[in-house]
Write a protein that binds this ligand. Structure first.
Ligand code: ACM
Ligand code: ZN
Length: 546
């Protein structure tokens, strides 16, 4: 890679287009002269579209970070340039074409998002960092994602992560061509988003006095833990993500996983409390009361403020792990079951049907505002909420059943795509992590196939894509979160983006160190299990702080 030192002090390196995720088609013309990127290179963007301007600014930043030269952005073509446009004809809006000759590099997307993925490929093709001149070999790259939904979930409820850390995670997602950030923003252990109509949600619900140590031992630490995002911070994060062509899907998990909200407003629970912001992990029996009209008003009010903050088409309503213990004993819940005429049958219990009714009401409220809902696969119990997208986490069965029945589904089975599990079989060598499932090494993530082999093309079209989830019970810091996500997110990105016919794990491993250079340039922490041993010396293993 290192050619020579030219008359300036810049090191000359050759770009390598074998990046992650692997582009669909890379044709390098080794007989032709390539493009030399140096301090004379400009970025040209003729479009007045603000998304294209942001694309150009981000490309300039990326190049500056890697090469020490931050190119100027202009509107008119002059001399040697990287030219950005967004008028590629393609049925896939995220497609792009990247061409390189001695005079210019062009990146033409089918939309500004497509152009952005071309920018990512160009950035990732630079093999090292420094004071560099980069020779981009003459080439034509045509590329488009396999799936329209390429998700990453992050839980900022079990532990709070400051707004700046959330932005770092968004940058990591963008680097891996991920376009949906599923933000798990409320749970039993903390309510982390300001809702004006219910100020106690953050005043009381965002703070716990201490936290259980390890996997629900008898011992607790002595450190108060809390934090929340103001509306202004949320808007800023939404914008930051949109600049990187990432739509945020907020999750307000209901009717379970609501104990922090109950601590703030105990009248929303079946027993009336008192409740505490939970200090341990697991599934709480205390959930929203489904027999109380003020609970439905609360849900609608919260969703109204959520919709106002998040412009994306989907809101995630959770729906997972909602025990029916309290509902079975609650006079109000039982009265509602009776009034609705819900009866236990061989498919589901009356209480499961009550949850279905609960989810359907919330979904209808959102539908009236032009939004669709996503729910965890439990929402199929007791009758699927009409129009809801199923997020299949307890394996693939929920997603298979939903897609086979003509519903859209997103695959996020815990056996492959839960990044809170350890990444090697040697648990003792791993930091503290979720332990209820098997390890998910990089190779297992890489080899995951979201579309069942027996599906017809019509059924396959209902699999919108795949997502990995990072729950943070045992992940208190951003550095540790990065260690759990990287490089598994690289493997995920090929599941989401690349042609499965070209899947080759050994080839992926060969391409990985170049991406790891970019992790280093951004000071990301990452796991080193699958990296060549030379890389391992530079990476620091995460340590659990609890
Ligand atoms: C989940 O992991 N409870 C969706
Ligand atoms: Zn109740």
């Amino acid at each position: 890679m290192l050619l020579a030192t030219s008359c300036s002090n810049k090191t000359e390196v050759i770009a390598n287009y074998d990046v992650i995720p692997l582009p669909d088609k890379i044709e390098v013309d080794s007989a032709a002269q390539g493009f030399m990127f140096d301090s004379g290179t400009k970025i040209v963007v003729a479009s007045a579209d603000s998304a294209m301007t942001r694309n150009a600014e981000l490309l300039s930043e990326y190049l500056g970070q890697l090469t020490g030269t931050t190119p100027e952005i202009t509107a008119k073509e002059t001399g040697k340039a990287i030219v950005l446009s967004d008028d590629l004809a393609s049925g896939n809006k995220e497609a792009y074409e990247l061409t390189v000759n001695s005079e210019k590099i062009t990146i033409n997307g089918a939309s500004p998002a497509g152009t952005f993925y071309g920018i990512q490929t160009l950035r990732k093709s630079i093999p090292q960092t420094g004071d560099l001149k980069v020779l981009f070999p003459a080439a034509t790259i045509t590329d488009a994602p396999r799936f329209a939904y390429r998700g990453a979930h992050f839980d900022t409820a079990r532990h709070f992560f400051p707004a700046d850390s959330v932005k770092v995670l968004i940058d990591m997602m963008a680097m891996h061509n991920i376009n949906r950030f599923h933000w798990h923003i409320t749970d039993d252990q903390g309510w982390r988003i300001e809702i004006e109509k219910y100020p106690e949600l953050v005043a009381k619900g965002s703070m716990r006095p201490n936290t259980v140590i390890g996997h629900n031992t008898e011992e607790y630490d002595t450190v108060p833990h809390g934090g929340y995002y103001t509306k202004e911070q949320v808007r800023d994060i939404v914008r930051y993500a949109a600049d990187r062509h990432i739509t945020i899907i907020p999750e307000i998990d209901m009717p379970g996983h609501m104990q922090a909200a109950l601590a703030a407003y105990p009248e929303l629970g079946c027993t009336g409390g008192p409740y505490e912001v939970w200090r341990k992990w697991g599934i709480s029996d205390d959930v929203l009361c489904a027999g109380n009209d003020s609970v439905y008003a609360f849900v609608n009010d919260v969703l109204d403020e959520i919709v106002e903050l998040f412009p994306g088409e989907y809101v995630h309503l959770g729906g997972d792990e909602c025990p029916k213990t309290r509902w079975k004993e609650c006079a109000k819940c039982q009265a509602r079951i009776k009034a609705l005429g819900l009866k236990t049958d061989k498919h589901s219990t009356a209480e499961q049907k009550l949850q279905s009714d609960f989810m359907t009401r919330a979904a209808e409220h959102l539908a009236a505002k032009g939004r669709k809902v996503i729910g965890w696969d439990e929402i199929m119990e007791g009758g699927l909420t009409p129009g809801a997208v199923i997020m299949s986490w307890r394996g693939e069965e929920g997603g298979r059943a939903a897609a086979a029945a003509g519903h859209d589904a997103i695959m996020t089975p815990y056996q492959y795509l839960y990044f809170d599990f350890v990444q090697s079989a040697d648990r003792d060598a791993e930091p503290l992590a979720a332990s209820w499932g098997d390890p998910t090494p990089v190779e297992k993530v890489y080899n995951y196939e979201p579309v069942p082999a027996e599906f017809t093309p019509e059924q396959a079209a209902h699999i919108l894509g795949a997502q990995a989830n990072t729950w943070t019970e045992y992940i208190p810091t951003t550095s540790y979160a990065q260690y759990m996500m990287l490089p598994r997110m690289a493997a995920l990105s090929e599941v989401q983006w690349s042609d499965p016919a070209k899947k080759d794990y050994q080839d992926f491993l060969r391409r990985l160190p170049q991406l790891v250079n970019l992790y280093d340039a951004n000071h990301y922490n990452y796991a080193t299990h699958v990296l060549p041993s030379s890389a391992k010396t530079t990476a620091s293993a995460a340590t659990a702080s609890k």
